[in-house]
Design a protein around this ligand. Structure first.
Ligand code: HMG
Length: 392
């Protein structure tokens, strides 16, 4: 029985910061961000948007687009490292906001950027066993924040990807190929800190080593698309050059453009979205195929795909995906490009004001120009020490 993704949807806040403008204020050559790192724009969450809001927006969208009944969802997992509570799962809020029935397992998975991928793997097992005939909803939702003026600042981002997993899926079947784990301190978030601590160059080394290990375990199909967790596109390019040696690729520059670059298009406009990054990369490959309209079907364009997911700390997984013939119909519903083009640009000054509100734990009612949640859900505030959510 094939099990995999039936439908996938993305949500990003309605605002972005242009990195050439940030670079100018930071006294950095803009090309360092746009070319050296490979990110041009980063999505910015308003102060009435958090990981619950982004997750619920993406979840609502994927259910509507797939046209399934909410009562058919028997498992709901949120992968996030941006949770606002150390006990009550983000997924419980999403369960309520989106209106999924009580006959459902609901929980979060936290392991840096790989949490949602572990959620997908759990969902595949669940569909093969207890969840036969039902859907699992897996959501990757994060707001990637780094300290202002730190090296990581241009690699921030915000967004959520929601996926429906079931048997005989309409989009793609998934199988785990290999995994890797090792305890390292490359990127971590002590509970009392507002921002992560990062050993940037070491983290890049850990990422590349984990990728090399995972890809070494498989005889790779050369015609496949390669989708990577993309903290910043340059790292993916450097890592792919290492992977290409594993299958004696004599022209890695060309094959990067053919097999990898399509998966980075959205990353360069959204930034790092942590758990959702690799899944947005998959949507990027599919979206690019849909727009270029060269081959009649995705199975003509690619011999399946490899999805490489990495989470600091660290864990990594390589997944093989097989596109389902006829899945092109689903791609017509993707609106990532439209969402990105519709965002409003924020000034560096407004971005700094939002960061300052976040740092002191200010109220979502504090006004920063016209920057607010674009909906359908928003964070209203804290009452009796409880976080309250509602509609825009
Ligand atoms: P940096 O200080 O910007 O590094 O920090 P740099 O000075 O080496 O510059 C970066 C690149 O820009 C270099 O390219 C420069 O040459 C180039 P390279 O040599 O590597 O090819 N450059 C220029 N290019 C064009 N014009 C110019 C120019 N100047 C310089 N004028 C660093 C980079 C990655 C350390 C920083 O962004 C950082 O700390 N990021 C956060 C950590 C991170 O993203 N790590 C990635 C692996 S870990 C991971 O993926 C997990 C994660 O997603 C979290 C989780 O799992 O939860 C982060």
């Amino acid at each position: 029985m094939d099990v995999g993704i039936d439908h996938i949807a993305f949500y990003t806040p309605g605002h972005f910061l242009a990195l050439d403008e940030l670079a100018t204020v930071r006294g950095v050559d803009p090309k360092k961000y746009t070319e050296g790192i490979g990110i041009r724009e980063i999505s910015i969450a308003s102060n009435d948007e958090d990981a619950v809001v982004l997750a619920a927006n993406a979840a609502d969208k994927v259910i509507d687009e797939a046209g399934i009944s909410r009562s058919d969802i028997g498992l709901l997992i949120v992968g996030t490292e941006s949770a606002e509570d150390k006990s009550k799962p983000t997924a419980t809020h999403v369960h309520e906001l989106v209106g999924i029935g009580p006959n459902c397992r609901v929980y979060d998975i936290m392991h840096a950027c790989i949490g949602a991928t572990y959620g997908v793997l759990s969902a595949l097992d669940w569909v093969r066993g207890a969840g036969k005939g039902r859907y699992a909803l897996v959501i990757a939702s994060d707001i990637a924040r780094y300290e202002r003026e730190s090296a990581g600042e241009p690699t921030q981002g915000a967004g959520a990807v929601a996926m429906l997993i079931c048997a005989n899926p309409r989009l793609m079947a998934l199988e785990e190929v290999s995994s890797f784990s090792k305890s390292v301190y490359d990127f971590w978030k002590p509970l009392e800190k507002k921002y992560p601590i990062v050993d940037g160059m070491f983290s890049a080394q850990c990422y590349a080593d984990a990728a090399t290990y995972c890809f070494q375990q498989e005889t790779l199909k050369k015609g496949a698309a390669f989708v990577f967790h993309a903290p910043y596109p340059k790292l993916v390019q450097q890592t792919y050059h290492r992977i290409a040696k594993l299958f004696d690729d004599a022209s890695p520059k060309e094959s990067f453009l053919e097999k990898v670059a399509a998966g980075l298009r959205y990353a360069s406009r959204v930034g790092n979205i942590y758990t959702g990054s690799v899944w947005l990369g998959l949507m990027s490959v599919l979206g690019e195929f849909h727009e270029r309209k060269q081959e009649p079907s995705i199975t003509d364009a690619y011999d399946g795909c490899y999805l490489f997911s990495y989470g600091s700390g660290c864990g990594a997984v390589l997944i093989r995906g097989e596109f389902v013939p006829g899945c092109e119909q689903i791609l017509k519903k993707f609106d990532v490009q439209e969402q990105l083009d519709a965002r409003n640009k924020v000034s560096v000054g407004d971005y700094e004001r939002l960061a300052e509100i976040y740092e002191r734990g200010g109220s979502p009612q504090e006004k920063v120009s016209a920057i607010k949640a674009s909906g359908p859900f928003k964070f209203i505030g804290v009452e009796d020490e409880k976080r309250i959510y509602g509609s825009v």
